[in-house]
Design a protein around this ligand. Structure first.
Ligand code: SIN
Ligand code: CO
Length: 382
């Protein structure tokens, strides 16, 4: 169980979040790495896992995208192996994210783990997202510069870097130390010796991403079928003119979509999208019947959450009296408000036992909920 040591989340949010970088010494006391470099290399061999090796030899940078069969070819000079979404594949690594629950779950993206040999790093660069980088085994020298305009260059087609910057942070981190870097602050971490780093990354959609995902939702559903109409059309002088009131009417058609309850449904689903889930699949032929789940509840069988499950909820103003919309890896579940705390408990722990929550009143609801979760491949019986 990873827990931040003497960390004042309120002060952190007020002073540093999205504002200033900061080093937090001994953020984790007696930090134990949730995995080692051999396990990391194992993940980097998998087709479905996003990994890369960045290396530098005689000032020449290389970046090779995984999966890797043979590491020796790419692990030349000073090199780092970086693996994305490790929380979706390792329960221990995922548990590191629990320490960051002072940031809303929907803002959390993934845990990236890197292994570097002495002298290695990915070079000075800018990131678009906030990041907490935890120092695991070994030590690493971090320099962070001020947030201002920097020219980026590409020493390798897939690698963006900035040239030198004046450091405002210049410190060596040891196991259990952590650095927080907001977007736009240039940084450069150079391994002092063989080291493991854990980067907790966040998501912050931009307008293009939001609109394109909402457009996908609009196309996948039948909610938005209103068509432009103008029975009040009057003769105009020039047929090529688009009148302002027509611009307004078209804009309002779009605004109506965004102002509808469906937009919230879209957001819940979109923001609960997981980068990867361990064994996410529709259980298809193997679907469990509710009767089977009832039997398992009767035997007080435990249920385990797959790695990489993401859940969020929205209290919709119009139905907040009775129902709350909960979203688990894009699946929408309507939860009676009375059951919300028990449901959040189920969603937020890695194993769940029915005896803790089931009452005569809620048993049908929990049977249906667990049947949905198990058949979606998100939870599995013991
Ligand atoms: C790393 O872990 O090697 C890179 C982290 C970063 O600078 O974003
Ligand atoms: Co970075």
């Amino acid at each position: 169980m990873y827990k931040l040591n003497k960390f004042d989340a309120e002060v952190f949010l007020q002073t540093y979040w999205q504002k200033r970088p900061v080093v937090i010494r001994q953020a984790f006391v007696d930090f134990q790495d949730p995995l080692d470099e051999h396990e990391l290399a194992g993940l980097a061999q998998e087709e479905s896992i996003d990994s890369r090796i960045v290396s530098r030899q005689d000032q020449s940078w290389q970046l090779t995208q995984g999966p890797f069969d043979d590491f020796t070819e790419h692990c030349q000079g000073q090199w780092s192996l970086l693996v994305q979404n490790v929380d979706g594949y390792s329960e221990d690594a995922e548990s590191l994210l629990n320490a960051f629950d002072f940031i809303p779950a929907w803002r959390t993206d993934d845990l990236m783990v890197s292994f570097s040999v002495a002298g290695a790093g990915v070079g000075p660069h800018l990131d678009q997202y906030d990041v907490f980088i935890i120092q695991g085994k070994g030590s690493r020298h971090w320099k962070v510069g001020e947030n201002k305009e920097y020219n980026e260059h590409t020493p390798h087609p897939k690698l963006k870097q900035v040239s030198s910057f004046e450091p405002i942070i210049d410190e060596v981190l040891h196991p259990g130390d952590m650095i927080y870097i907001p977007p736009g602050f240039p940084h450069d971490g150079v391994a002092k010796d063989e080291c493991l780093n854990y980067s907790v990354g966040f998501r912050a959609p931009n307008q293009q991403e939001l609109l394109s995902s909402f457009a996908d939702y609009a196309l996948d559903t039948t909610y938005f079928q209103q068509r432009y109409s103008d029975p009040d059309l009057v003769l105009r002088e020039k047929s090529s003119e688009i009148k302002q009131h027509e611009v307004t009417r078209l804009r309002e058609m779009l605004l109506k979509m965004i102002n509808s309850n469906h937009f919230e449904e879209f957001l819940g689903s979109y923001l609960s999208r997981s980068n990867h889930c361990e064994n996410e699949q529709q259980n298809g032929d193997m679907a469990f019947e509710e009767e089977e789940i009832i039997l398992m509840f009767g035997n007080n069988q435990s249920f385990y959450r797959a790695s990489g499950v993401k859940s969020v909820y929205i209290e919709n103003e119009s139905n907040a009296e009775t129902e709350v919309s909960v979203f688990v890896n894009e699946i929408a579940i309507s939860v009676p408000k009375k059951q919300l705390n028990a449901v959040l408990k189920l969603l937020n722990q890695s194993d769940w036992s029915p005896k803790l929550e089931i009452t005569n009143e809620n048993s049908i609801f929990f049977v249906q909920l667990m049947t949905t979760l198990v058949n979606a491949g998100l939870w599995y019986p013991e």
